[in-house]
Design a protein around this ligand. Structure first.
Ligand SMILES: NC(=O)C1=CN([C@@H]2O[C@H](COP(=O)(O)OP(=O)(O)OC[C@H]3O[C@@H](n4cnc5c(N)ncnc54)[C@H](OP(=O)(O)O)[C@@H]3O)[C@@H](O)[C@H]2O)C=CC1
Ligand SMILES: O=C1OC[C@@H](O)[C@H](O)[C@H]1O
Length: 388
């Protein structure tokens, strides 16, 4: 006997670029990606101050006629037909907006970076726990079939012990032209919106390092990394335009190198996972992974003399591709995860547990401390509510 799929009823908080991409994906029937246990319903979208912007949003994505448009976030969180809210405002506002939703008794999927700092993230987690609500940082990358498969293969030891992970996400931009120059209008370099490469892009580099050097390890092997980092600031606004982080994981001795920039392009091989038996590489874009390559280490030059003994492996070089199913962007994978967790009564996702989001936020706090990057006081505050 097959049971009816569980339907999760969504509210969308914000009408910007990623809100549109995510909501379009939400409207793609889950069966097109072979998901038959869950369904998504778009109940409503809210703009912060303009009902017509919310209406235009619904029109543009061809939403069902039953979807409502609200001209305030407070109206959205008061809708009794909404189960979960996707928070898609700039980083600066995640804490205030996610908290608004949790206080109103809604489950939350909150865009990355989770919050501006770890203290804010901890406050949200404590609140979700107290209220018995689901809360997840929307690091969609982790829910792609390619990411799941790499984690599984590394966990099984196919590439041996992983000693080092390199990960880069950068964009080559005419920063002044694209992002608004000294005025720093675009959220990417706007200090008032907690802009900068680290929170926007570096989170993905850290995601790859953490998935492999932390997430998949048994708990006894996991350790908080020691952080060494450098930040180069964008002269126009003081946000970071390039950040380089070296992480040392004391229990395993493994190293992660996470880099990000908005001045130079992503490195040609942006993720390299180096095990004692094999190497895994991913192409750009690492936030939306659809293929990877696995290479036995015997393919690389060794410093050992010929005929000396090398670790034995049956690995063969292969390139694996898992395109995004159903014609979407791939944001539906994280939405499906939310539905499955809520259906199963879970408050957090195993793909990105609270504890790991908090640790990554803590690492980013330390990187900002080392580089002297401080956001305006109201953005760093845990006070609620604050209007800015
Ligand atoms: N997962 C991914 O691939 C991506 C994730 N992101 C993340 O999503 C978030 C939003 O990014 P993106 O959609 O590109 O940003 P946009 O600037 O396109 O949209 C942000 C939206 O937030 C709302 N908003 C509320 N308060 C403010 C404010 N004070 N200033 C500006 N906007 C405000 C606005 O909608 P309104 O007021 O109408 O509600 C606005 O349209 C960021 O945290 C970013 O890191 C971004 C791109 C890709
Ligand atoms: O999350 C993101 O991923 C894709 C990038 O283009 C975008 O700037 C960033 O916010």
């Amino acid at each position: 006997m097959t049971s009816e799929p569980f339907t999760l009823r969504w509210g969308i908080l914000a009408t910007g670029g990623i809100a549109k991409t995510f909501t379009k994906d939400l409207l793609i029937p889950p069966a097109t990606r072979n998901a038959h246990d869950i369904n998504h319903k778009l109940v409503a979208v809210a703009s912060s101050n303009s009902v017509s912007r919310a209406q235009a949003f619904l029109h543009e994505i061809n939403a069902p006629s039953t979807s409502k448009a609200y001209g305030s976030y407070t109206d959205l969180v008061s809708d009794p037909n909404v189960d979960i809210i996707y928070v898609a405002t700039p980083h600066s506002h995640h804490y205030q907006h996610a908290r608004l939703c949790l206080e109103a008794g809604k489950h939350v999927l909150c865009e990355k970076a989770f919050t501006v700092n770890a203290a804010q993230a901890q406050t949200l987690v404590d609140l979700a726990k107290d209220k018995g609500l689901f809360l997840m940082e929307a690091v969609w990358t982790r829910y792609f079939p390619v990411a799941r498969e790499i984690r599984e293969r590394v966990r099984k030891g196919e590439v041996g012990d992983v000693k080092r992970v390199w990960a880069d996400l950068s964009f080559w931009n005419d920063v002044e032209g694209v992002f608004g120059g000294d005025e720093g209008g675009h959220r990417m370099v706007n200090i008032g919106l907690a802009g900068g490469a680290l929170l926007d892009l570096g989170i993905y580099s850290l995601t790859w390092v953490f998935q492999i050097l932390y997430h998949i390890l048994p708990e006894s092997q996991r350790s908080e990394p020691i952080v060494s980092s450098q930040i180069a600031k964008y002269a126009g606004t003081g946000c970071d335009e390039m950040t380089t982080i070296v992480l040392h994981f004391p229990k395993t001795g493994a190293h992660g190198v996470a880099t990000t920039s908005i001045r130079v392009p992503t490195t040609p091989t942006p993720v390299i996972i180096q095990g004692t038996l094999g190497t895994i590489t991913l192409p750009h874009p690492i936030y939306r992974p659809t293929s990877y390559k696995i290479i036995p280490n015997s393919s690389f030059e060794s410093s050992q003399p010929p005929n000396s003994s090398q670790p034995q492996t049956s690995l063969e070089e292969e390139t694996i591709t898992h395109g995004v199913e159903g014609g979407g962007h791939g944001m539906f994978y994280e939405a499906d995860e939310c539905a499955r967790c809520i259906k199963g009564g879970k408050l957090q996702s195993e793909g990105l547990p609270w504890e790991e989001s908090l640790l990554i936020m803590k690492v980013m706090d330390e990187v900002r401390r080392q580089g002297g990057l401080v956001y305006p006081e109201e953005l760093e505050s845990c006070e609620y509510p604050l209007n800015f």
